[in-house]
Design a protein around this ligand. Structure first.
Ligand SMILES: Cc1cc2nc3c(=O)[nH]c(=O)nc-3n(C[C@H](O)[C@H](O)[C@H](O)COP(=O)(O)O)c2cc1C
Length: 195
């Protein structure tokens, strides 16, 4: 079984997530092709893949424009295979931010017309050592304004790697015709099925 992972990453966390996802695909005995939406040096060909996983971060309330454009221009191909969308954001790290994180994803789906078979809100990371003054202000005073996290404490990762693994393994099993293996606990952690 072949899986293509379409992704984009500004600061590296989504790339890390994609690397873990690729490990799970290999562990399930499949092959992986990675397609970075920010570096489209070759056309995206989805007609030889069995399933597609998409992963992109939220920056300033939206997923990257190149990523959205690629999704919007690939709707027919994406509709032909099982798809899992991973939306990476800082808001997803906190219970009080999950609704907003879902809004970012819903707005992306509305703009592109894409409806994934499954979707997961994935908590991202703070990379404070890479931020300029403007980015530091946004992260501290907009994204973290109501939670007790200080950007000046240094880089911090919020990604729940176990929840990610469970959701990806469930998707891979289903997409291989293995039936539903995503249990209620995983669903409660944010893996949503679309029928
Ligand atoms: C300038 C800036 C703007 C951001 N805007 C948002 C946002 O609007 N909503 C959100 O939930 N997270 C936001 N984030 C957090 C990122 O989604 C998070 O850091 C994620 O891990 C980035 O993924 P990447 O490393 O793959 O780029 C922002 C981060 C930065 C630095």
């Amino acid at each position: 079984m072949r899986t293509i992972i379409i992704f984009e990453s500004y600061e590296g966390q989504t790339r890390r997530i994609v690397e873990r996802v690729a490990e799970r695909v290999h562990a399930a005995g499949g092959s992986v092709g990675l397609f970075d939406a920010s570096q489209q040096t070759a056309p995206l060909r989805l007609n030889t893949t069995d399933r597609v996983i998409l992963a992109a971060p939220v920056h300033e309330r939206r997923h990257p424009k190149n990523f959205e454009l690629l999704v919007a221009t690939s709707l027919e191909d994406l509709a032909a295979v099982p798809t899992l969308m991973l939306s990476v954001s800082l808001k997803a790290a906190f219970p009080e931010g999950r609704d907003e994180a879902q809004d970012f994803l819903d707005e992306m789906k509305m703009r592109t017309g894409f409806t994934p078979d499954r979707e997961l809100l994935v908590a991202g990371a703070i990379r404070s050592d890479n931020y300029d003054y403007y980015q530091r202000q946004i992260v501290q005073h907009v994204l973290l304004h109501n939670v007790d996290v200080d950007v000046s404490d240094g880089p911090r990762e919020f990604t729940d790697w176990l929840a990610l693994r469970d959701a990806v393994d469930g998707f891979l099993a289903e997409a291989s015709g293995g039936g539903s293996v995503v249990d209620l606990e995983t669903s409660a952690r944010g893996c949503v099925e679309r029928s």
